[in-house]
Design a protein around this ligand. Sequence first.
Ligand SMILES: *Cc1c(COP(=O)(O)O)cnc(C)c1O
Length: 360
Amino acid sequence: MPERIYNFSPGPATLPYEVLGQAAKDIVNFNDRGIGLIEMSHRSKDFIAVTDEAEALLRELLAIPANYKVLFLQGGASTQFAMVPMNLLAPGQTATYLNTGVWAKKAIKEAKLFGKVEVAYTSEETVFNHVPKESDYTVNPESQYLYLVSNNTIYGTQFHDFPATDTMLVSDMSSDILSRPVDVNRFGLIFAGAQKNMGPAGVTVVIVRDDLLDRAPATVPTMFRYKTHADAGSMFNTPPCFSIYCVGLVLKWLKKLGGVSAIEKINNDKAALLYDAIDATDFYRGHARKDSRSPMNIAFNLPTPELEAQFVKEAAAAGLDGLKGHRSVGGCRASIYNAFPREGVEKLVAFMKDFERKNS
Ligand SMILES: *Cc1c(COP(=O)(O)O)cnc(C)c1O
């Protein structure tokens, strides 16, 4: 096998190596049962135990209160852009959105299909280089919820604090769930695609307060109602078995490491290494405003697009893969989620110094 590279990809993203090894074994022969994990019935005792364990670990790691349901759904985070307003907005009702990037914009577009949408803030004029402070916008008191993307994967910005408004919060945490503690009680609903910080693609976790399950108008189809999946323990139809199982393995790994408070320190330390390297010179420029910097995705530019292309290419040849920025921002982006090793960040920082010396 070739040497393992450092994978800075924004998602699907790097997973703990021990998780990959365990999954590879269990795909062929789960728990020495003589049957592969991905050929087992989702209604078998063994697989129900897998789902129950993944849910229990998630509840423990995020301190999810008992009055919240945990759902394992398909369709990606993007399906939640529609499912949220479908279930939480009756026709004529209003929701407030903060436009902090492409993922927020896509959610706004879907919400408009179901109710009135007020965009209380946008950072689009500055290529989404920051998230708003609470004093930068007002929320209509009629609003059913305030929607925000906790970490803006493409631009490398993050809400370091969540608004203290009385309006119920709904958040897309696809790219920073489990990277830091959050007070789930402040949210009506949290969702996250697994493929950034939790596991492989194919499953989306939804954490929803149980009093919201009965809100969906009668016209919402069965598969798009949160209640359908809550009542059936995410087994209304065949769930994404392999992805749920892998999420369970990642959660076990995270628990062993000390949980979200422990990983938060590790994440902040990794990010500081990289931001310090960016701040130490004018050759590299961080995209995000300092007060909004994300520890998960670090977007930066070099003096010219040509140098950026050369940087990405030479870095890949040195085993530092996936550093090309999103097409809407250009430049470079290092995604360093929970499972990304510190050693890889150190290697990148050394590469950056060397590249600057040779090219400035
Ligand atoms: C990647 C991403 C999405 C889209 O996820 P899919 O599972 O591909 O639909 C949505 N929101 C955020 C914040 C993301 O990072």
